[in-house]
Design a protein around this ligand. Structure first.
Ligand code: PSV
Ligand code: MN
Length: 388
């Protein structure tokens, strides 16, 4: 069995991956949203399910909220509920994509009334962040156009910067803004924040408390995502990850499911660039579990990140440096691949047990009876869904 060096285990011990509250609600495609027995009916039940993931893995200490999906009357009560269950409330995600007013834009809109309404929504999110103790405000904009000539793309960039400046000015000293990019959808011709460069240009003009959010599902096929990770770390602007995986579009599948090697390459750049256990870089999941059970889906996800981080930490950096310095292309590649092909699962299982955790969190959760209990208890009410 591969043994993991003490410094690798130490690095892994500090790892925390934030879970999205919406992963615990029902989700689907435009064709069908399937319900699952036991799906949470409110944010309190979503937090309870998220706490299960942390209980079996010690990898998921916080939960991201989406506003208005996770609006509650008393955020102090939600915070206390989370803390009682051993987790914290994390990033607050704003939402300017489900209101009729935002059909043609929100923070970029030419109509001052609509743009002000979208800015005010972010002010409300910041107020919520003060109550929940959240540090990060994450902004993803569903804005753009479908047809050439439809919009003045440049004027929209200017209005976006103005809107972001107003939001930025409202942040508390310890709060941050992270701006997520996505190259298409729901707009298909142009998107106002399509790529890391646009996000970087927008946040760099704001100041130190504004960073880029990299969602691994938001790139064109074939994009070298680890290059972007390297560059943003180099520029000190990698604020957060939304981890998931994709085969075709923004599939929001389990991270590491579609392309484990890509996850390895990303995490290697994280490790090399000083992004691991760096408070400036938040690790989050942004996933939907359309057909699989949601809690084990999230457990599988954080384990995938942990396993691939362990492998990335195993890369023999001295050997890699030497091979690179001597232009030994194949030796350098072999060092890299050796780490990727190392099965760290038995060593991680043993390490978990040594820390009082189940060796196999998936099996431990399945045996716990929690899934059956929520299916029996959560009868009546309206199940939470992506978008509610
Ligand atoms: C947009 O596709 C996105 O990645 C943003 O992070 C949203 O907030 C999230 O999905 C909603 O699931
Ligand atoms: Mn995302």
């Amino acid at each position: 069995m591969t043994t993991l060096p003490a410094e690798t285990l130490q690095a892994l011990e500090g790892q925390g991956i934030e879970l999205p509250s919406w992963a615990f609600g029902n989700s689907g495609t435009r064709f069908r949203v399937f319900g699952t027995p036991g799906t949470p009916r409110d944010p309190f039940e979503k937090i309870a399910d998220a706490a299960q993931v942390n209980q079996y893995t010690a990898l998921a200490p916080s939960v991201a909220l989406h506003i208005p999906w996770d609006k509650v009357a008393d955020y102090n009560a939600l915070r206390a509920h989370a803390e009682d269950l051993g987790v914290a409330l994390g990033t607050v995600n704003s939402n300017t994509f489900q209101d009729e007013d935002y059909k043609f834009g929100a923070l970029t809109h030419h109509d001052d009334r609509i743009r002000s309404k979208a800015i005010d929504h972010h002010f409300e999110c910041i107020d919520i962040m003060h109550a929940t103790g959240s540090r990060d405000l994450k902004i993803w904009l569903a804005e753009g156009s479908n047809y050439p000539g439809q919009n003045d793309m440049r004027a929209r960039q200017d209005r976006l910067q103005d809107s972001l400046q107003q939001i930025y000015a409202r942040l508390g000293d310890d709060q941050r803004l992270v701006l997520e990019y996505k190259f298409f959808e729901p707009s298909f011709y142009h998107t106002d924040v399509p790529d890391w460069g646009t996000s970087y240009a927008q946040v760099a003009a704001l100041g130190d408390k504004a960073m880029v959010c990299l969602d691994t599902g938001h790139h064109a096929p074939g994009t070298n995502i680890e290059f972007i990770v390297m560059q943003l770390l180099r520029l000190g602007k990698l604020g957060s990850f939304d981890f998931n995986s994709r085969f075709y579009a923004d599939d929001d599948l389990i991270v590491g499911a579609a392309d484990p090697f890509q996850l390895f390459r990303i995490l290697f750049e994280v490790v090399r660039g000083g992004g691991l256990n760096n408070p400036d870089v938040a690790f989050m999941l942004d996933q939907c579990h359309n057909i699989e059970d949601k809690i084990p889906g999230q457990i599988r996800s954080v384990l995938n990140v942990q396993e691939m981080t362990a492998r990335a930490l195993l890369v023999d950096r001295a050997a890699l440096d030497a091979a690179q310095a001597s232009n030994d292309v194949l030796a350098a590649n072999a060092v890299f691949m050796d780490a990727f092909y190392t099965d760290v699962r038995p060593a991680l299982a043993e390490w978990r047990e040594s820390r009082g955790l189940p060796a196999d969190p998936m099996a431990a959760y399945a045996a716990s009876g929690y899934q059956q209990k929520i299916a029996a208890d959560r009868v009546g009410g309206t199940q939470a869904g992506w978008g509610a």
